[in-house]
Design a protein around this ligand. Structure first.
Ligand code: ATP
Ligand code: MG
Length: 420
């Protein structure tokens, strides 16, 4: 193993590709920030208990994928595998649900950890931007979140994504369905592990990717036929609201999602260019989660979008984000005196809010101009001894190639003017 290798299932974000990740995080969070969602940040680890209760003892995330550790002090912690349980825990701890009007609307961005089998689009360390709207049961809120995610993907230029929508029922109708499903599943030809799953989380069996399992599920009872009237009406309202917003979705009654806490509305965003790791994001309503982790009744809804897979989706569609060059002016000093003088100009530009960079290390003109080109700067400032003797610097427009001598004392102002 090389010394310079990131751990298995992880990768580093380095320039220039890292700029795309920043832009994706920015694009996903922008519609949230414009819609009343406040920023929240929680620790990278939590007491393991939070996820065991909040995500669910029967989920793959908790049974197989969680990084758990015991501290020297004996605390049982887990690196966070997802964001919702932590955000809700933090909101309860800070009493945000008592501080003002509900819902409490929050957005977050961060790293998550799951011990998975690494493959394209599936990593052990990945990044999500998420949103949670806590404390209100209102189909408009479910619709808002779906519409904002759609807006985020569209603003990035993504087109080949689809929205899958389903309702998982509530504490009235879901248990009835669960039992009907269990009765059906117990008669099938399934392996031991799947048989165990029937008893603890039968809906997850519907999610089984194997075709021999899927074949046996054709006649499984359908959740849709078991939804109570309240759940049906709620779901119809969500569908009508997102339809009215012009957001296209597909009803997918097989969509159950991997976490235990979902009730009613569930949705997933899939991208058709990603192969088997096709989910770029997902979410839903989790009306019982607060009580599951020991809080009051707080019906809530949220989503998390995967940044890594969104970047892969952009690459799959060949979308190039329009990322403006980070440097506007590049300074190339020729000689000791020019170094001091031009660095002074660069500092002045930076203080005026103009992005500027500098040819360090006293390189020759040719190498320095190469760096200037690579920086994407619109203007280059070049100065040698003769220029300084005349009190000027050479200002080169990198687009037109045009070069003009500008008085040194006016260089910063002239650049500010030209760059608008
Ligand atoms: P999958 O079915 O692919 O395992 P999931 O249902 O476990 O996904 P969620 O828990 O809903 O995923 O997380 C939301 C999003 O986070 C996913 O849609 C995906 O984009 C991203 N994500 C989840 N796990 C990973 C991972 N191991 N590597 C990269 N991205 C991930
Ligand atoms: Mg998963």
């Amino acid at each position: 193993m090389s010394t310079f290798q990131a751990p298995k299932g992880t990768y580093d974000l380095t320039p220039p590709r890292s700029a795309t990740f920043l832009a994706v995080r920015e694009a996903i969070s922008a519609p949230l920030r414009d819609s009343g969602y406040g920023y929240i940040e929680t620790p990278g680890f939590e007491n393991v208990e939070l996820f065991a209760r909040g995500v669910g003892e029967s989920t793959d995330i908790v049974t197989k994928e969680m990084y758990t550790l015991t501290t020297k002090g004996g605390d049982q912690l887990a690196l966070r595998p997802e964001g919702t349980a932590s955000v809700l825990r933090a909101a309860l701890e800070a009493n945000l649900h008592k501080a003002g009007n509900l819902p409490v609307k929050l957005w977050y961005s961060g790293s998550y950890y799951r011990y998975e089998r690494p493959q394209a689009g599936r990593y052990r360390h990945f990044s999500q931007v998420g949103a949670e709207a806590i404390g209100t049961e209102d189909p408009v809120l479910d619709a808002e979140l779906i519409i904002l995610a759609d807006q985020a993907y569209r603003s990035l230029g993504l087109r080949q994504f689809r929205i899958l929508l389903n309702s998982l029922g509530d504490k009235e109708c879901r248990p009835v369905y669960r039992e009907a499903l269990q009765t059906f599943l117990r008669d099938l030809d399934l392996d031991e592990e799947t048989r165990r799953r029937i008893e603890i989380n039968p809906l997850r069996v519907l999610d089984d990717k194997r075709s021999d399992v899927q074949k046996q599920l054709t006649d499984a009872p359908k959740l849709r036929d078991y939804l109570c009237d309240a759940c049906k009406a709620y779901h119809e309202e969500v569908r009508a609201l997102i339809t009215a917003a012009g957001v296209v979705f597909e009803d997918d009654e097989k969509l159950v999602r991997g976490l235990d806490y979902y009730t009613r509305t569930t949705f997933e965003f899939v991208h058709d260019g990603l192969g088997s790791q096709s989910a770029v994001g997902g979410g839903g309503r989790y009306d019982g989660l607060s009580e599951m982790i020991g809080g009051p009744e707080l019906p809530s809804v949220g989503w998390a979008l995967g940044v890594d897979r969104t970047v892969l989706a952009l690459e799959a569609e060949g979308v190039e984000l329009d990322l403006p060059a980070t440097t506007s002016v590049y300074a190339v000093p020729l000689g000791e005196e020019a170094r001091r003088v031009l660095f002074g100009v660069v500092t002045e530009l930076r203080r005026a809010g103009i992005a500027a960079d500098f040819a360090f290390g006293g390189r020759g003109l040719k190498g320095a101009m190469k760096s200037a080109n690579r920086s994407g700067a619109r203007y280059t400032l070049v100065a040698g001894e003769r220029d300084l003797a005349e009190g000027v610097v050479q200002l080169k427009d990198m687009e037109s190639g045009e070069q003009t001598a500008v008085p040194l004392t006016e260089a910063a102002a002239e650049l500010a003017k030209r760059l608008g």
